[in-house]
Design a protein around this ligand. Structure first.
Ligand code: NIG
Ligand code: FE
Length: 414
């Protein structure tokens, strides 16, 4: 049995809870000064002030002295397009000169260009790229990551992307939550045949669920991509097949994807740059997590989602990177923290909630991860500084020093 005690944490952030935190509750991060926690095997068995240590024989434990360091739950990146082939650096350079994401997409670039490259990428290549990407995100303290398919748009490639995530999950400490995003884009040959493509993706979805390759289904609900009706049809079929739901909603245009997310009971509604006041009101009354992706707004030079208004309205907000080869080729958690603090007016406490317990809720895993409390998996990070205030202050720099995944030290201290 492996046994570990982390003690003397200058700040121990628990984020205690098993459900998404809404509105003002996002500020309650359960910070304990001089905190301590006890881990046995994969799990946290006790948390509190250093007083609790009198109940344990420290000689039986490996001890980490976190004096002058802040300890938090591992970060959770609840929206990424982890597995893809090729890159689109040329497109990024065009955007720097004024081209728009949507116009590049309409000219046959954008997602279509990644689909071509992804179809030509083997399972082995996905795995070798995936391992490198997972190593980098683990360095930044990410212990659980969501990953979407969606760059195949055909049976073989979508399955290959999901298969790669399944294998990576077994090979690497970071847990991967797989999402089937078959309806991510419409190839030119399906123009005018959108409904036919949705039917095809529902067929693929059924195979995906038969083979247990995904936990979530997702769709890009967007003007000139998939309509509200098509999104409702696909997501309803996915729910019937037993998948949990996500939606790329109201990113460029206000279509009402936010309201659809609430109607269908989606676990999360993502992007939301253009979400309406009414959509936000409905979100606040629901258990659907509002997943905001400031890296995408930053890279596309768009206005940020209205995080302050959403939180003040009582929504449960989560933050994620949206790592992908097009709209947001960054998986930097430190950048997301800096953008949320400096450009979305989120407090440090809200940002931490958004990257831990609310991100876990956005993945349907808030019963197992996302907080430091008895019974949860021991996914823990230790910062190189004494206070959580250093997270946005050391802007866009990784200050995670030690990462513990399932009770094992996987980064930093050995
Ligand atoms: O979440 N919005 C749609 N999908 C991705 C972008 C994918 C891409 O550009 O390759 C996103 O931003
Ligand atoms: Fe995305």
């Amino acid at each position: 049995m492996s046994k570990l005690i982390i003690k003397n944490a200058s700040e121990l952030v628990t984020c205690k809870g098993t459900a998404p935190k809404h509105g003002k509750d996002m500020s309650h991060i359960g910070l304990i000064k001089n905190g301590c926690l006890v881990i046995e095997n994969d799990d946290i068995i006790d948390v509190g002030s250093d007083q609790i240590l009198k109940n344990y024989n420290e000689a039986e434990y490996q001890i980490i002295d976190a004096a002058n360091k802040a300890v938090l739950p591992g970060f959770i990146d609840s929206h990424t397009h982890l597995i893809f082939g090729g890159y689109r650096a040329d497109e990024f350079s065009w955007r720097l000169k004024g081209d728009s994401y949507m116009s590049i997409m309409e000219r046959g670039g954008g997602i279509t260009s990644t689909v071509r490259a992804t179809r030509n990428t083997s399972l082995e290549e996905f795995i070798s790229l995936g391992l490198k990407r997972l190593d980098k995100i683990l360095d930044m303290g990410v212990t659980t990551v969501e990953g979407k398919s969606g760059y195949g748009l055909d049976y073989e490639t979508e399955i290959r992307q999901l298969q790669a995530m399944k294998e990576l999950n077994e090979m690497h400490p970071v847990d991967i939550v797989p999402t089937f995003l078959g309806p991510h884009s419409l190839l030119p040959e399906y123009k005018g045949k959108e409904d036919e493509f949705i039917e095809l993706m529902i067929d693929v979805l059924l195979k995906v669920t038969e083979e247990n390759l995904a936990e979530f289904a997702d769709i890009f609900c967007e003007k000139k991509v998939f309509t509200i009706e098509q999104s409702r049809k696909f997501l309803t079929a996915a729910k019937k097949a037993g998948l949990k739901l996500k939606i790329h909603a109201d990113e460029m245009y206000q279509l009402g994807g936010t309201e659809l997310a609430v109607e269908l009971g989606c676990t999360s509604a993502d992007h939301l740059l253009q979400a309406s006041d009414e959509g936000i009101r409905q979100l606040s009354q629901s258990n659907t997590v509002a997943t905001l992706l400031p890296g995408t707004a930053f890279c596309l030079k768009e206005e940020y989602a209205r995080a302050r208004y959403m939180i003040d309205s009582g929504c449960a907000v989560s933050l994620a990177t949206d790592f992908n080869p097009g709209s947001c080729f960054t998986n930097s958690i430190p950048l997301i923290i800096a953008l949320a603090a400096l450009h979305m007016n989120m407090t440090i406490e809200e940002i931490i909630t958004a990257l831990t317990i609310n991100a876990a809720a956005a993945l349907g895993r808030s019963d197992r991860v996302g907080s430091i409390e008895k019974g949860k998996k021991a996914d823990i990070i230790i910062l190189e500084y004494p206070s959580i205030y250093f997270l946005p202050y050391h802007a866009a720099v990784n200050i995670v020093e030690t990462v513990i995944k399932n009770g094992k030290i996987v980064r930093g201290l050995k």
